[in-house]
Write a protein that binds this ligand. Structure first.
Ligand code: FES
Length: 147
């Protein structure tokens, strides 16, 4: 199951298959945005073009869902390995560089280290919903109605 290795932040983050990359990053406190995006962004609609990430080792291209039409249009003049985090769903483990337009200090060494370290196994299933609790609530409601 997917683990996202955020190279700039030096963090591995678990997620579930199909989760939105932007949502995972925000949940984990990963800063996706440069100053412009921090001051105002579209909230994940693919309109502000401020949530750039770079997929390290793009050969692993099926780790994210395919580029959307919005990305094809908005990223036309950007490197092929750049994605809009708000448009990408995570399918498999991968390495991500946030804010690729910002220089990564000591980039070669950090990218090499990130590539060499094995990705840990992520969660194996979506969290189970506590169905039994709902049944108990329904029985309690029925009992209340009968009284
Ligand atoms: S959040 Fe605006 S394009 Fe991704």
């Amino acid at each position: 199951m997917p683990v996202i290795r955020f190279v700039r932040e030096g963090r591995d983050v678990d997620c579930y298959p199909g989760e939105n990359l932007r949502d995972v990053a925000l949940r984990e406190g990963i800063q996706l945005y440069g100053l412009k995006g921090q001051l105002g962004n579209c909230g994940g609609c693919g309109q502000c073009v401020t949530c750039f990430v770079s997929v390290v080792d793009e050969g692993d291209s099926d780790a994210l869902t395919a580029r959307t039409g919005v990305e094809e249009t908005r990223l036309r003049r950007r490197p092929q390995d750049w994605r809009l985090a708000c448009q990408a769903l995570v399918e498999r483990s991968l390495l991500i560089l946030t804010r690729p337009q910002v220089r990564l200090p000591n980039a070669d060494a950090r990218l090499t280290a990130a590539r060499q370290a094995a990705l840990p196994e992520g969660p194996t299933a979506w969290p189970a919903v506590a169905v039994a609790d709902q049944d108990e609530d329904a029985e309690a409601a029925t009992a209340d109605e009968e009284d």
